[in-house]
Write a new protein. Structure first.
Length: 435
């Protein structure tokens, strides 16, 4: 985790003290269940809670023990015994390290997902507000980066809102898939521990029992989780790149907010750069990169190995922390985005009406021209305008083949900008409901 791109609430999920607190809760809830079914004394389970519930675990001490034992869970259990005393002998009975590690990881991932879902909600709120603000603001739609046909800026934001709505649904699903608990012992057979212990711990930790854990929770669940984060990051990048393109000097239809005192360049005082969008593009690449090791972690040897462990210690915190930062930055960017309708109209008019070429094509076919001929008539009048040689509507009115089918008034009718926006309300209702 890099402090520059880290928000405290998400970072706290991955701090050692939080991790050891979760480990303790797993062990203590397991002890409660063991006591309930008569495996350990109830007094011992009560003592475990009483002695360590409010304890601050000594991270340095645990690290010191681990340097000798070369085992993190054993180091923690040794330190826990120093706090609890003799009753600590009843901790971890019938359990294996993966029971603690995997259950803890899934608790952390579900907590992280809750924060990320809240982040997406902020992005959605910002997009919705700005979409309605510019619902009917005309702008040019582009394909291949080239002027195509008119759209509205509100539609551009509605597209993004629909995409992040899907992202939210996927994240909710990924959270559910990873919210499982394994307290099944060595090789996952429950030979040394009753399945009722797992059920108790799962409920206490807000999880559900893993149907079959083979000692470790299957990593396809985690692969899906991190792949989902990667897809969300791709949506972040898509919107960021749109803003970067729109902020280019030659376009300048939208621009990141530039605060008083902000500097765009160390050398050129005039610069106002899309630094937030560019930053989001880079962060998105990193989140996507974490999906690959998560997918490679699925293929473990037999009932377990730890080839996944080192990767997860990095990708768990880094992917969630990075996406959390990116989503909040994106929400703020959209909230403060500067939007320039006058420049949008200027760019829309730049090709002298060529953006209405499809309407002319259709009008000609409806009046009897073949599609092939209609395309030829429209294109041969469009190309000079593309080169800056004349006005599209004027040239069409002078073309004898066009005039065989369309009157001047009918040609002029095809240049109505509002025609392109007659279904904006329908699209908005599909995206936002009856808002």
């Amino acid at each position: 985790m890099i402090p520059r791109y880290t928000r405290p609430e998400m970072a706290s999920i991955w701090e050692p003290q939080t991790r050891f607190k979760i480990w303790f809760e797993i062990e203590a809830h397991a002890a409660d269940a063991q006591a309930e079914i008569g495996v350990i004394p109830k007094e011992a389970a009560n003592t475990i809670w009483a002695k360590a519930k409010d304890a601050t675990f000594d991270v340095a001490r645990i690290d010191e023990i681990e340097r000798e034992t070369k085992h993190d869970v054993v180091a923690f259990l040794t330190h826990l015994a120093e706090i609890v005393g003799p009753e600590a002998r009843f901790v971890h009975q019938g359990m294996t390290s993966s029971d603690v590690l995997d259950t803890c990881l899934n608790v952390q991932l579900t907590r992280a997902a809750d924060l990320l879902i809240a982040d997406i909600d902020k992005v959605l709120a910002a997009l919705k507000k700005r979409a309605f603000e510019h619902k009917m603001t005309p702008t040019i739609g582009r394909s291949h980066g080239i002027h195509a046909e008119p759209v509205t800026f509100g539609l551009k934001l509605a597209y993004a809102h629909a995409e992040f709505s899907r992202a939210r649904d996927r994240l909710v699903t990924a959270r559910k898939e990873v919210a499982t608990c394994a307290i099944s012992g060595a090789v996952g057979t429950f030979a040394q521990i009753d399945p009722r212990v797992e059920e108790h711990v799962a409920k206490a930790m807000g999880l559900v029992p893993e149907p079959v854990s083979t000692q470790v929770i299957p990593r396809d669940r985690h692969a899906m989780y991190f792949a989902t984060l990667g897809v969300i990051a791709s949506s972040v990048e898509r919107l960021s790149i749109e803003i970067r393109h729109l902020q280019r000097t030659e376009v300048l239809e939208a621009e990141e907010f530039f605060s008083e005192g902000q500097k765009g360049s160390s050398a050129m005082p005039h610069k106002r750069n899309p630094v937030l969008s560019e930053n989001l593009t880079g962060l998105s690449r990193m989140v996507r990169a974490y999906a690959m090791p998560a997918m490679e972690n699925v293929a473990l040897w037999h009932e377990r190995d730890i080839s996944h462990s080192s990767a997860e210690r990095m990708i768990g915190p880094d992917a969630t922390v990075t996406l959390d930062f990116a989503l909040m930055r994106l929400a703020g960017l959209i909230e403060k985005l500067l939007i320039y309708p006058a420049n949008m109209q200027k760019n829309l008019d730049r090709l002298g009406g060529l953006v209405h070429s499809q309407r002319l094509l259709i009008a000609l076919t409806q009046k009897g021209a073949s599609r092939e001929d209609a395309y030829k008539y429209v294109q041969r009048n469009a190309m000079p305008v593309w080169r800056g040689e004349g006005d599209f509507q004027t040239l069409l009115k002078k073309d004898p083949d066009v005039k065989k089918h369309l009157t001047d008034a009918e040609i002029e009718e095809q240049f109505d900008l509002g025609y392109h926006f007659k279904h904006v309300d329908t699209i908005f209702k599909r995206v936002f409901g009856e808002s």
